[in-house]
Design a protein around this ligand. Structure first.
Ligand code: ARG
Length: 645
């Protein structure tokens, strides 16, 4: 990437002898840091206001018409002046600068517009030099950001976490997309990121599954399609189990009725009948089977482990389509009995937990009514979902010594995670609790595909891919030029699903709308992909080499459309910084759509092919920079930018 020396060289050309460099800023990585430092320096000198107050008062603007940076003057904390007058006064005393135009006073705001020529010379070469790293800042994840040799902070992102033999539902889809995004964001900020999948793979239902496999399972099907097959088996056996439960209930009622009528013989016969079901039925066999698993019996565990391993293998392939690779396939089954026992001991010792009718619970109402009472051990001594999460958190802390751990889980589980964190704290482990964060999200409404309600991630992706293929066929002339339409449709389909998911704030619900998400119009995945592909096509047609672009005369980019594009490109490092703060994919997407819109309205004004050679080269450099920034943003989101479509 660009070095401070490069920046110094550029600034010298515009008459600035030193690189403005406030403490803890990164002028070589972020052009806005140069401007903030520069404006602060000049304004502090001219007004006598402390630089430490001015710097943080500099804000982004909503739109380019309001400047590149602004100061709401009340933030300068100078008393006894009307904001509008004060803004005007500051505008007056701000000295001439090679980097910014004389500021404009607008109501209570002081607006700063960057001069085009130095901005362009700073930004475009930085992008073309930094390429895929432009906008990211690996220092942020350092324990001491000002000391490059300090060690990187460690983050666990736990996300997706589906349940074996159960459908992959909307909650898992969103967790996968948002979790993948968050992992990328923190990596871009220099953290050491561990991607973890915490499978739902433990509990009596896995005894049910094993019993079901005995009855309905097929080796061949299992190997071919483990996720789908196990689900089918589970549905079949669950149905039998439910029928048995109904039967027992009916027989019991009949027996009671018989007894009341004085028909003891009949009652006895009925009793025998339902006891037999209770003793040999699916439920009891499953309970026994799971008991063997819980006791660590090798044969029982062996079968279950095969289910788990085959499912994981299949998941891996699907996640790869979303550009996700896990470092750790953990799961509820992996939580050690010792960890849960150790936690139980501490909870008992510290009187965090109490016995209640043979079970153990934690009364969290003393911290907050909303937290309620949480069961941590069942009467029969077995663990629960919550118990396993408590054990898992401490195990992970022991193993990884994480600085932060993010759980990406639907907002339906807000209470569960709040209980988990509060219990950790009550156990005297605020050190762990404070490092944990629940990233939640709203629901997906109506997630059904044309083949019915979607059950597996693969089905969803295949269906959207097919729909996308259909949309592409709608434009026959274009369609014929696409090299591998099936693969392209697949990639576009995945983008469609992901962008629809990440467009709004995480907490909002949204409706799964196949027609809307696959459209080329509106702010959709295909639209974003189109913007990228078009830039690729421009650069192919222009045919300049990277060396050509590096020597382009950027002063030729003088049209308002070109300047505005440069101004937008310049903000990407700040948009990324803000994304680290908001942890919202929409922060990136909103920016990318703005860019895409600005690009599409600039093509008519800034033609590359057919313009005079030097002009053409400068514009090609601008578009190459835009493509790079678009690519960088799409990659953070987890998308695979296409070059042709
Ligand atoms: N498997 C769970 C479910 O499908 C989600 C797990 C969330 N993570 C956790 N640590 N509890 O509901």
């Amino acid at each position: 990437s660009a070095s401070v020396d490069d920046i110094a060289e550029t600034l010298k050309q515009f008459g600035l002898d030193t690189v403005p460099h406030a403490p803890n800023t990164f002028p070589a990585l972020n052009p806005f840091d140069v401007y903030r430092s520069h404006i602060t320096e000049l304004l502090a000198k001219a007004s006598g206001i402390d630089a430490k107050i001015i710097y943080p008062a500099l804000q982004w603007t909503q739109t380019l018409e309001k400047g590149d940076l602004c100061i709401p003057v009340p933030a300068l904390r100078v008393k006894g002046k009307k904001p509008a007058d004060f803004a005007a006064e500051l505008a007056q005393l701000f000295p001439e600068s090679p980097l910014v135009h004389p500021p404009t006073a607008k109501d209570q705001y002081l607006q700063f517009f960057f001069r085009a020529a130095p901005l362009t010379s700073l930004v475009l070469p930085s992008i073309l030099k930094a390429e895929s790293s432009f906008g990211f800042n690996p220092s942020l994840g350092l324990v001491d950001p000002s000391n490059p040799s300090s060690h990187r902070k460690k983050l666990i992102v736990e996300f997706s976490s589906p349940n074996i033999a159960k459908p992959f539902h909307a909650g898992h889809l969103r967790s996968t997309i948002i979790g993948g995004f968050l992992a990328n964001v923190y990596e871009g900020a220099g953290w050491d990121v561990i991607r973890m999948n915490y499978l739902g793979d433990w509990g009596k239902q896995y005894g049910v599954l094993a019993v079901g496999f005995d009855e309905f399972g097929s080796e061949e099907e299992l190997v071919k399609n483990p996720i789908g097959h196990l689900y089918d088996v589970y549905v079949k056996i669950s149905k039998i189990s439910a029928e048995e439960a109904d039967k027992v209930k009916a027989l019991k009622e009949q027996a009671t009725a018989a007894k009341e009528k004085g028909d003891t013989e009949g009652a006895e016969k009925l009793e025998k009948e339902y006891t037999k079901i209770q003793e040999d039925g699916v439920d009891e066999r499953a309970r026994k089977y799971f008991k063997r698993m819980a006791d660590g019996e090798e044969r029982a565990l062996g079968i279950w482990k095969r289910f788990r391993d085959l499912s994981i293998e299949k998941y891996k392939a699907t996640y790869a389509r979303l550009n996700i690779q896990y470092d750790d396939y953990s799961g509820e089954s992996q939580v050690k009995e010792e960890s849960m026992e150790a936690a139980a001991r501490i909870m008992a010792e510290k009187k965090v937990s109490e016995e209640s009718e043979g079970a153990v619970l934690v009364d969290l109402t003393k911290y907050s009514k909303k937290l309620g009472k949480a069961l941590v051990k069942k009467k029969d001594g077995t663990s629960l979902y919550l118990t396993r999460d408590i054990g898992a958190a401490f195990e992970r802390f022991e193993k990884y010594h994480f600085d932060k751990m993010i759980y990406v889980v639907a907002s339906q589980q807000d209470l569960h995670l709040a209980q988990l964190f509060k219990i950790e704290e009550a156990m005297g482990r605020k050190d762990v609790a404070d490092r944990c964060q629940h990233i939640n999200f709203g629901m997906v409404l109506g997630m059904s595909t044309r083949k019915g309600t979607a059950k597996f991630l693969d089905d969803i992706l295949r269906d959207v891919g097919e729909k996308m293929h259909e949309v592409m066929r709608g434009n026959q002339a274009k369609y014929e030029q696409v090299e591998d339409p099936v693969k392209t449709a697949d990639t576009l389909g995945i983008s469609a699903v992901m962008v629809q998911d990440m467009k709004g704030k995480r907490i909002n619900n949204y409706t799964f709308d196949m027609d809307r998400m696959t459209s080329f119009e509106g702010d959709t995945g295909p639209y974003l992909q189109y913007a990228h592909a078009r830039l690729c096509s421009i650069s192919r047609k222009a045919g300049f080499s990277p060396a050509d672009l590096a020597t382009a005369n950027l002063a030729l980019l003088s049209e308002p459309h070109a300047i505005d594009l440069v101004r937008q490109l310049a903000t990407w490092p700040d948009v990324f910084l803000n994304t680290v703060k908001t942890q919202e994919p929409t922060t990136v997407l909103t920016y990318l759509f703005k860019m895409a819109h600005a690009l599409s309205s600039s093509y008519d004004h800034l033609q590359v092919v057919g313009s005079e050679k030097e002009v053409s080269k400068a514009r090609a450099a601008l578009y190459a920079s835009a493509r790079q920034v678009l690519w960088n943003g799409m990659r953070v989101l987890g998308l695979s930018p296409v070059e042709r479509m």
